[in-house]
Design a protein. Structure first.
Length: 408
């Protein structure tokens, strides 16, 4: 392996390490729902709403974070994100009202995690790596987020058990601050002495690029599928602990299920990175979403034991966030890398609108019906629709993309 390749993969691992922290902590927040409920008396519905606001905030920040990174550079945005995430998480234990929880957990912490997440990191890597390495790089980056979930879920549950939910929140805040030194290593290509792989800016700049993207049918279909992905993931990370509790199983089953989802998704993310370099992303997404629908239906038919939850987690985990590499890849093929952080950020916004509904409606369903049965049916139906939405996408071939990129 040459020095250029080693430098590229070191950069990828660095970006993945940052995602371990921001995504790992965020994906473990569902473990706080019942401790918050018992500790504050705010109620499941109010806590679910705060979690839902957090899902939406995380998504709403993505295009803004991408645009800021495109203009001022990724390191500044990432540093601001980690600090804001630490602040919101540290203030959550002293929020004694539902609106206070909405601000700390729903806005501050979520906005910080969004600034230090996919749109900024994927955009930064796309501008620093040649086209032939971007697919696998996005898979490795995504695996970092999954590894974070694998590490943080049992770690967070352990902290809650030992020092209480307040101490666990403060522990997560300290971890976010500790990750700040990593940001300085992710410098711009020019300042780091690296070759830049940014596509030439299209005429009209960012505003025109966004306007043209929003008028593209394939881009909108991609958003529709990713909306369902957000619904699915937010529902599960927020309410899987509640589902486990309803089945009369210990809380450790929920934390280990979330951990197994993360572990399985490491394999799925790496596989997705390999697949998108060989197959069209829309077909990869079709099979991923279709498999989710089948897995949810299989879960509903199975006996509710710890083994069922663990097998369900492993199956779902394989595609959990592995949808990110093919989705980002299709956006890059359609519109190039110059404004990828912004355009993929908008795609993540649609993901988190679905996430808001998944987290919020899960709490409403529990209050109204006493269980999550109708949410599971909705989840399976939406996954099937998402699979079909990807088939009509007009995705350029990799060969054509490379030629266009070289010509630019």
């Amino acid at each position: 392996m040459g020095s250029s390749a080693r430098r590229d993969w070191t950069l990828v691992l660095l970006a993945a390490s940052l995602l371990v922290v921001s995504q790992g902590a965020r994906q473990s927040l569902g473990l706080f729902v019942f401790p918050l409920h018992h500790g504050t008396g705010l109620g499941i519905a109010a806590i679910s709403l705060a979690m839902a606001i957090g899902q939406f905030t995380w998504g709403a920040v993505q295009p803004l974070a991408g645009a800021a990174a495109d203009r001022w550079g990724a390191p500044r945005v990432l540093a601001a994100g980690l600090m804001l995430m630490a602040l919101g998480t540290a203030l959550t234990p002293i929020a004694t009202t539902s609106w206070g929880l909405d601000i700390t957990l729903g806005v501050l912490s979520a906005a910080g995690a969004g600034l230090a997440s996919f749109s900024v990191l994927i955009g930064a890597l796309a501008q620093r790596l040649p086209a032939e390495r971007r697919g696998m790089a996005s898979g490795i980056l995504n695996a970092g987020g999954s590894f974070g979930q694998f590490v943080f879920a049992p770690l967070t549950q352990g902290l809650i058990s030992v020092v209480g939910w307040m101490g666990a929140m403060w522990g997560l805040a300290l971890v976010a601050v500790a990750a700040l030194p990593l940001v300085g290593l992710l410098r711009a290509p020019q300042s780091a002495g690296l070759a830049s792989h940014v596509d030439a800016a299209p005429p009209g700049g960012l505003k025109r690029a966004v306007r043209e993207a929003l008028g593209d049918r394939s881009y909108l279909l991609l958003h529709a599928g990713f909306f369902t992905c957000g619904f699915h993931i937010a529902f599960l990370v927020t309410h899987l602990p509640g589902e486990v509790n309803l089945c009369g199983l210990p809380a450790s089953v929920a934390s280990w299920s979330l951990a197994l989802i993360g572990l399985s998704n490491i394999v799925g993310s790496l596989a997705a990175g390999w697949w998108v370099q060989r197959y069209r992303g829309k077909y990869v997404l079709f099979w991923m979403y279709g498999s989710r629908a089948l897995l949810v239906l299989a879960y509903l038919a199975a006996p509710k034991s710890a083994a069922t939850f663990y097998l369900f987690a492993i199956g779902l985990g394989f595609t959990w966030l592995a949808t990110v590499p093919p989705t980002a890849g299709v956006v890059g093929k359609l519109f190039g890398t110059r404004y990828l952080a912004t355009l993929f950020g908008l795609t993540l916004l649609s993901h988190q609108i679905g996430g808001f509904l998944g987290a919020w409606l899960g709490g409403i369903a529990l209050i109204q019906t006493g269980d999550y049965q109708w949410m599971w049916y909705a989840d399976a139906a939406l996954a099937a629709i998402a699979a079909l939405c990807n088939l009509p996408i007009r995705e350029p071939s990799m060969a054509r993309t490379l030629v266009v990129g070289e010509a630019a």
